[in-house]
Write a protein that binds this ligand. Structure first.
Ligand code: SF4
Length: 258
């Protein structure tokens, strides 16, 4: 993927423009609108991790960021970069989780919108699948000689029984599964979206990889993790400060939407 001065690649910029002008994001928002309105008691358990997202949702987020001020973009890039670099050593909440609300609530992702709508059985199966993935991550770090703290490999958010459908029928598990399938299919024919595929649905990884370069982002994460686990806070902070600056410069170089 060719880096350009814009801070994003030409191919990715083209994909964002095409997605916007050809209605991909409108269709994404229409998909979200198929879900019923819900209420909850804001226990915030659902915001305990950055939610996984489809490549089209990542593109939607990047496109939305292009309309923000460079200061806002820099702040978002910094929070996501820190989440990526630190989440092997600390259990961090979603970067948009405020004290009692989501800071991007109208623009949250499908995973956030469906949380609490799954049956307890379906949620348990999904949680087990996520845990299996987490066990593989722990094993990969162990091969590097790094033992991750137990808190970062603990299960994700618990099932929430406080979400209520405000009106209309409750979606069944199969309805939600079909929505996910449609979401992943929705961007398949969008040229350039493949540049948002390699990040495993992790927006923090995408931001770190695009800002620093994929190999450098991974190497830096290993270094920061090792420094912190060894108690070398100052050394870790130095690495983080350099990375924050690069992410901020990268995000400020994005061109405005055409
Ligand atoms: S995007 Fe908002 S709703 Fe979704 S997990 Fe983060 S804080 Fe919670």
């Amino acid at each position: 993927m060719r880096q350009v001065n814009s801070g994003l690649t030409h191919s990715l910029l083209d994909a964002l423009e095409t997605a916007r002008s050809q209605g991909y994001f409108t269709r994404l928002e229409q998909l979200y609108q198929e879900l019923p309105q819900t209420t909850c008691t804001r226990r915030q358990a659902c915001c305990g991790l950055l939610p996984p997202m489809a490549p089209l949702e990542m593109a939607w987020w990047f496109c939305g960021q292009r309309g923000e001020s460079s200061k806002e973009r820099g702040g978002a890039a910094r929070r996501l970069l820190e989440y990526f670099l630190l989440n092997a050593v600390r259990r961090l909440p979603c970067p948009w989780a405020g004290p009692d609300s989501c800071q991007i609530y109208p623009r949250r992702f499908l995973g956030c919108r469906t949380y609490g709508l799954w049956s307890p059985e379906a949620y348990a199966a999904r949680q087990e699948q996520a845990q299996e993935g987490q066990r593989r991550v722990v094993a990969a770090w162990a091969e590097l000689g790094v033992e991750l703290p137990a808190e970062v490999s603990a299960p994700g958010p618990e099932y929430c029984d406080q979400v209520r459908v405000a009106s209309g029928p409750e979606p069944r598990d199969r309805d939600l599964e079909l929505m996910e399938e449609r979401l992943y299919e929705a961007g398949h024919d969008l040229p350039g979206l493949e540049y948002l595929q390699p990040w495993d649905g992790d927006l923090s990884y995408a931001v770190a990889g695009l800002a620093l370069g994929r190999q450098q982002a991974l190497a830096l994460k290993v270094s920061v993790t090792q420094e912190l686990l060894a108690g070398r806070e100052e050394e870790a902070e130095e690495l983080l400060a350099q990375a924050r600056k690069r992410a901020r410069d990268w995000s400020r170089a994005w061109p405005a939407p055409r």
